[in-house]
Design a protein around this ligand. Structure first.
Ligand SMILES: *Cc1c(COP(=O)(O)O)cnc(C)c1O
Length: 373
């Protein structure tokens, strides 16, 4: 059996190990928040936002951010049907309703026209999720939000390194949320970040994130309300700080891996990959192959081909509306069509040229079979 090629894993160097060793030995008592504070400041500087709060997950950051905007029972939040459930779960936990709309065929992100059409008097927010690093059309979404008086918020868990006309993903909405799960572009094992430029939203999340204890509250052990507990640990923040200090290297490597694939497939007209429209940069968290409908390819055939070569390629997100927890929305025809002819390719930072070559050979082999049939 050939050596397994994983689809993601973190890039960990002596830099991360040094910070964690220091945090575990010394990051207590007076220094118990030191790495958290440095991690938040470094991340905010990278993103060019005013405020950042490190969290135990992106899901938690989204939960608190939506709560801070006052979203609750009876409210609706619009998001793309093509998504990971983490984007929808906090909406459900708040008693609000996720409204799934269709995606664009080229970016696989929310279709702004469909979002616009789905707005009702109950709509409180549009959740823009930059899927696989591909950017939502933020100009269109922000204009729709403005016109209807609804918040636009960004789930940028997959979009570190993505830039929309000079602005980093996550820095444009009422707030942004990031994930540092072990599969993401930078990691803390588990972890996340809440970011915003709005001082009101920042202070609200700060209070919510500390079990409802306001920062100015001098009375000890006195929460003014029931809040959340989604804090990161100083140990994890030590890994996070080291990763943020390497962020240019880490995002550049993701782009390099993507372009190696794209160059290898540039002559295959029946294949498309993650787009990078003029004026934008894609962080390419996950290089995705989309086969043209006329190839007749199936997800099962793609999975079998990679499995045979011991390569961990992953399926494209199922429409959330097709999951047992939600009502079917087959009218989201693009979201229902894409996953059957797509596959995500391995892209961890330390992937070798030989390993990428093995992945490329599987794809070329499949394309050869399609052409011959
Ligand atoms: C990974 C991911 C999340 C969840 O992140 P956690 O840190 O695991 O909570 C949310 N949204 C998207 C788009 C993701 O890819």
């Amino acid at each position: 059996m050939k050596q397994r090629i994983l689809y993601t894993k973190p890039s960990i160097t002596e830099h991360e190990i040094g910070y964690v060793a220091d945090a575990v030995a010394n990051g207590w008592g007076d220094r118990c928040y030191e790495y958290i504070n440095r991690f938040e400041a470094a991340f905010a500087a990278h993103l060019n936002v005013k405020h950042a709060i490190a969290t135990s997950s992106c899901t938690g950051a989204l939960h608190m951010g939506l709560a801070a905007l006052g979203i609750g029972p009876g409210d609706e939040v619009i998001l793309a049907d093509t998504n990971w459930i983490a984007s929808a779960a906090p909406i459900v936990h708040l008693g609000a309703k996720p409204v799934f709309v269709d995606v664009l065929p080229d970016s696989w992100c929310i279709d702004p026209k469909k979002a616009d059409a789905a707005i009702t008097p109950r709509t409180k927010a549009i959740l823009a999720v930059h899927i696989y690093g591909n950017l939502c059309d933020m100009d269109a979404l922000l204009e729709i939000g403005e016109r209807h008086g609804v918040h636009v918020v960004e789930d940028s868990a997959e979009a570190l390194g993505s830039v929309w006309h000079g602005k980093r993903a996550g820095s444009m909405g009422a707030f942004g949320a990031f994930s540092f799960h072990g599969t993401k572009t930078i990691t803390t094992g588990e972890g996340g970040m809440f970011v915003t430029n709005d001082p009101g939203v920042y202070n609200r999340v700060l209070t919510l994130s500390n079990h409802g204890r306001a920062r100015g509250q001098t009375k000890q052990f006195w929460p003014d309300e029931v809040g959340f507990k989604y804090k990161i640990s100083n140990l994890q923040a030590a890994i996070g700080l080291a990763q943020v200090e390497r962020i240019d290297e880490l995002t550049e490597r993701k782009r390099q891996i993507f372009y190696t694939y794209r160059d290898a497939f540039r002559h295959i007209s029946s294949l498309s990959m993650n787009p990078e429209p003029e004026g934008t940069e894609n962080g390419f968290w996950m290089p995705t192959l989309m086969f043209a409908p006329e190839t007749g390819i199936t997800r099962e055939r793609l999975q079998a081909a990679f499995l045979a070569e011991n390569i961990d390629a992953r399926v494209f997100f199922w429409p959330l509306s097709s999951l047992p927890s939600f009502a079917d929305a087959p009218e989201n025809s693009v979201a229902y069509d894409l996953p059957g002819r797509a596959i995500n390719l391995p892209s961890y930072h330390d992937i070798t040229d030989d390993e990428q070559r093995r992945v490329i050979d599987v794809v070329k082999d499949i394309c050869g079979q399609i052409a011959a049939s």
